[in-house]
Design a protein around this ligand. Structure first.
Ligand code: KG4
Ligand code: ZN
Length: 338
């Protein structure tokens, strides 16, 4: 069975074709980085308009690369949540039109479990595992019991981790997109030059929650307060120190989760997982299994949507043409004891 996966939740216009939920036949990703660069951030209006322009060609190219005709596509899976609603609507409406005209099933996909499914397109990672999704829009730590069974332990209570990287990089004019630019600057800096404290969360939050908003504000508005005596005030030192504390926060909650659940297999996904310091920190945990999808499957892509879409289809989950685009919704949380 061949499924077309469409992903337009943010600033990547992507279409992928996947056979039987495993074999990636094509995975075309057109990023809008250049178009958003002058604004040093994603402009929702520009993003959705570009998706309108690009979606047809993206799907056509994905078919061509897979050497398939549209008649050979058995179902269409599409991200319908969460994301920028104007962007989601483009992919969703396109998918509906395609499903209607070809008389094939429409499968709505939640972007978050899809990111954590991406790794299964490259290797079989047995369930359960701890899923760590860190991107520009999400920071989620969960127990993944099956492709569609996620218990959220924690996540950010304010900004996403990637978002904080992007905002700090924007303020200090490090480059765009912020994450990779900040990592580059950090490579030339001293991670101990600034001592940023770990945020203290309120009691009502989970012990697996993290926060980036206060840290971001400290780095942007009051960096000198945190400069170690004798250390040099430089953008590189700031980048290195901020990167260290941001990643250390994730590692801290991850360690707690490993301890509480006894699960020591980790799957990490999302754009921030490209960060070398995060990867090194995960490796240094010395766990038997830490898995990441390759870069093309780590960021937003259509193949992961098609892949998990197949699994939903096999379970009988097919959507109607009234399927909604949802910008965000509360994640189901299950708190384990600290
Ligand atoms: O998963 P993704 O492509 O899109 C979202 O769903 O958000 O993630 C993009 C995020 C951006 O915030 C970007 O700055 C961040 O991932 N990112 C990085 C690195 N590469 C991308 N953050 C830190 N270090 C990197 N090397
Ligand atoms: Zn994403």
């Amino acid at each position: 069975m061949t499924i077309l996966g469409i992903e337009t939740s943010c600033d990547e216009c992507s279409a992928g074709l996947v056979r039987d939920g495993k074999t990636v036949l094509s995975n075309l990703i057109f990023t809008q980085i250049k178009q958003h660069e002058p604004y040093a951030g994603v402009v929702p209006e520009i993003a959705s308009r570009l998706h309108v322009e690009w979606i047809y060609d993206t799907v056509e190219k994905a078919l061509r690369e897979a050497d398939l005709r549209i008649e050979q596509v058995d179902a269409v899976a599409v991200t319908h949540k969460p994301g920028l609603v104007g962007s989601l609507l483009v992919g969703l409406s396109f998918a509906k039109g395609l499903a209607l005209s070809r008389n094939i099933p429409l499968i709505g996909v939640d972007h978050i479990p899809a990111h954590l499914y991406a790794v299964q397109l490259e290797r079989d990672v047995p369930y359960p595992f701890l899923g760590l999704l860190v991107s520009g829009g999400h920071t989620v730590l969960c127990v993944v019991r099956d492709f569609d069974q996620m218990e959220v332990l924690g996540g950010t209570v304010d900004d996403a981790c990637g978002e904080a990287f992007d905002k700090v990089a924007k303020f200090y004019e490090m480059g765009y997109p912020g994450g990779p630019a900040l990592q580059k600057a950090a490579g030339r800096g001293d991670p101990k030059a600034f001592i940023f404290p770990h945020p203290i969360l309120q009691k009502r939050h989970s012990v697996y929650d993290v926060s980036y908003s206060g840290l971001k504000t400290a780095v942007i508005n009051h960096p000198r307060r945190f400069l170690r005596e004798g250390a040099e005030f430089s953008t590189e030192n700031l980048a290195a120190s901020f990167q260290k504390v941001s990643v250390d926060l994730l590692i801290k909650v991850l360690k707690k989760a490993i301890h509480a659940t006894g699960i020591n297999r980790i799957v990490a996904g999302g754009g921030v997982v490209a960060n070398t310091y995060l990867r090194e920190s995960l490796s240094s945990l010395g766990l038997p299994g830490v898995y990441y999808p390759s870069m093309k499957l780590c960021t937003d892509n259509g193949a992961m949507i098609a892949g998990i879409g197949y699994r939903y289809f096999k379970k009988g989950k097919i959507d109607s043409f009234s399927l909604k685009a949802v910008s965000r919704e509360p994640l189901f949380r299950k708190n384990l004891s600290s």
